[in-house]
Design a protein around this ligand. Structure first.
Ligand SMILES: NC(=O)c1ccc[n+]([C@@H]2O[C@H](COP(=O)([O-])OP(=O)(O)OC[C@H]3O[C@@H](n4cnc5c(N)ncnc54)[C@H](O)[C@@H]3O)[C@@H](O)[C@H]2O)c1
Length: 338
């Protein structure tokens, strides 16, 4: 175990039955930490939570339950993944996003603060940034979210900074870029039935679970006209959370930090990587650009590497990301879990 984590107690992972939360639960267990998951299963699936983690079905906004969980399991840090996460849905139902991502997150922060506070890590997003022409985004780039989803997360960040400063506990708001892939050991992966993330949809099209992969927008201001994103492997991101906990437990600075690789890949490049892995062409169709989609979002990840010097990403290659996503979807198919 990383030395700074030895006296931390258990880690509360909200949203631990979801995609990134379940990978992080495994990473924490692998690091020797005790894990308690709190999830209302609104999009998560029970079997995604590692069997060794304590699982509590419930909502982050339930203050009494949060207090009970913290006391019962001697929780010493919080990783807050639970949220509503679909950008397009937020354009038509913004209230849902402000309620679940801002208000419910604040209720959780207040519940933690009322017990004196503890290291707190919030899942934030690159969607907080203003659309920018090509160029990597640093944490000081201007924030001006295009979508209610991005705004709901920005407000949660701001509430966290305020609450943490008033009650004196350390925090990080980790701004993920595009999270992709699945656990290389096959223990978890993107398990929700409805998928909107490119790679999950592409892999489903590759396996015949969808007739075609829609390419949303071919005339963006990017080199090949398709959206460019920074894809970070979910297991590298999960591991970054373990190091982020150690950073905070060891007295490291609070603040916001980008989580990406610093390299962009266009939708067409992701499709090409998948086709190379499959050895055949993928059925694609051109579709309208999606509401709330920006053309280009790539991280400047310098701060992440400075903050977490011992964190070494292992799956940065797009081919590895694609391979793990394909393996997981085949596993789901074989187990009829879709
Ligand atoms: N997937 C990405 O590429 C990406 C990118 C940027 C940021 N994020 C952020 O990462 C976090 C995790 O995203 P994900 O892709 O794993 O999503 P997900 O939908 O797979 O996981 C979210 C989990 O939270 C649970 N949940 C939702 N509201 C809850 C509540 N009020 N109380 C208790 N549980 C609740 C859901 O049941 C689900 O298990 C989110 O905060 C999201 O905004 C994700």
């Amino acid at each position: 175990m990383i030395a700074a984590l030895r006296d931390l107690g258990a880690v509360l992972i909200t949203g631990g039955a979801g995609y990134i939360g379940s990978h992080t639960a495994w990473a924490c267990l692998d690091a020797g930490l005790r894990v308690v998951i709190l999830d209302n299963l609104s999009t998560g699936v029970r079997h995604a939570a590692p069997p060794k983690a304590v699982f509590v079905e419930g909502a982050v906004e339930d203050r009494d339950l949060v207090h009970e969980v913290i006391r019962t399991y001697e929780v010493g840090a919080v990783l807050h993944f639970a949220a509503s996460t679909i950008v397009e849905e937020s354009m038509v139902d913004p209230d849902k996003y402000h309620r679940n991502n801002t208000l419910n997150s604040f209720r959780l922060m207040e519940a933690i603060a009322s017990l004196g506070g503890m290291p707190f890590i919030l899942s934030s997003t690159a969607a907080v940034y203003a659309p920018s022409p090509q160029g990597r985004l640093t944490e000081s780039a201007s924030v001006d979210p295009v979508s209610p989803y991005g705004l709901s997360k920005l407000r949660a960040e701001q509430l966290l900074a305020g609450t943490a400063s008033v009650f004196g506990f350390p925090y990080l708001a980790m701004r993920y870029f595009n999270v992709a892939g699945a656990d290389p050991l096959g223990r978890t992966g993107p398990s929700a039935r409805s998928a909107t993330h490119l790679l999950k949809v592409a892999v489903q099209a590759a396996l015949g679970l969808r007739p075609t992969l829609p390419i949303h927008g071919r005339s963006h201001d990017t080199p090949d006209g398709a959206c460019v994103r920074d894809y970070i492997h979910v297991s590298d991101l999960a591991q970054a959370h373990v190091h982020a906990l150690a950073h905070l437990a060891g007295g490291g600075a609070s603040g916001v930090v980008n989580c990406g690789t610093g390299r962009g890949a266009s939708v067409l490049e992701v499709v090409a990587a998948l086709e190379a892995e499959l050895g055949r062409a993928l059925p694609t169709t051109n579709a309208a650009a999606r509401l709330g989609d920006v053309a280009y979002a790539v991280a400047d990840e310098t701060k992440l590497r400075q903050l977490l010097p011992d964190w070494t990403p292992r799956y940065e290659d797009l081919g590895l990301i694609v391979r793990s996503a394909l393996a997981w979807e085949r596993h789901m198919l074989a187990h009829a879990a879709i």
